[in-house]
Ligand binder design. Structure first.
Ligand SMILES: [Zn+2]
Length: 237
């Protein structure tokens, strides 16, 4: 067990980060360092859908009608996963809560078993950098090989060097700078109220997410100061 795992045993964490911030990589590292369960809402959805559970079928019904899956269903999936955990077991929530209603429901459910969120880690990266990272993806139309634009100039090779006829290299509509900027704007709009909610509870740690993977991970771990968190934990939370 790492020293961090010992001092943070059983911690309940929430991880936030915009698209392109490296949240998936950091979630994996935190899970390993802290020995907590990684509870990803995307994974839970896939699990319930592919196993045809009651919650999965409920979600599928809304999705088939093109309706946003209601909070109660999403909350149900998360509580179904963390509800039965022992109070000593730590977890890292990823992709949940998405709004204040979900955050409040999470608090209430945890409080019932005398548990609470210990810290919320928010990986911050400037929008311009996110757009640069996410809109720098191209693929070959023939063999689908991915290409990145030149780091300095943004220049992209015209032809694929990996297939016989040198396929045309293009950018998918989802990856254009405009599409990426829109995804980031939606993220900010969605998460700002949730981040405010946790900030008001003194639980929010902003982490600079622009450096190398390992230094971002160190910053995330350094932000978890047990004594501070325990001392400032509001009684009502
Ligand atoms: Zn190719």
């Amino acid at each position: 067990m790492t020293p961090q795992a010992m001092t943070h045993q059983g911690w309940k964490l929430v991880l936030f980060g915009p698209p392109g911030a490296g949240k998936g990589t950091q979630a994996q590292l935190l899970k390993e360092h802290l020995q907590v369960a990684h509870v990803s809402s995307g994974d839970l959805f896939r699990h319930h859908l592919s196993n045809g559970t009651e919650l999965g079928e409920l979600a599928r019904g809304y999705m088939n009608q093109g309706i946003l899956v209601p909070d109660d269903v999403t909350i149900g999936m998360v509580l179904d996963r963390i509800g039965p955990m022992s109070p000593d077991e730590g977890f890292l929530l990823d992709g949940f809560p998405r709004n204040v209603k979900q955050a409040q429901a999470l608090n209430d459910a945890l409080a019932e078993s005398d548990r609470r969120i210990d810290r919320v880690i928010h990986i911050k990266v400037a929008d311009a950098e996110l757009i640069r990272r996410l809109s720098n993806r191209y693929i070959c139309r023939v063999c689908q090989k991915p290409f990145a634009g030149d780091a300095a100039t943004g220049a992209v090779p015209a032809r694929c060097d990996d297939c016989p006829d040198g396929g045309d290299i293009y950018q998918r509509a989802d990856d254009t700078a405009a599409a990426v900027a829109n995804r980031i704007a939606v993220y900010h709009q969605e998460t700002a109220p949730v981040l405010d909610f946790y900030q008001a509870h003194g639980l929010l740690s902003d982490i600079a997410g622009e450096g190398p993977v390992e230094s971002v991970n160190q910053a995330a771990l350094a932000s978890l100061q047990p004594n501070l968190a325990k001392a400032f934990r509001p009684a009502a939370f």
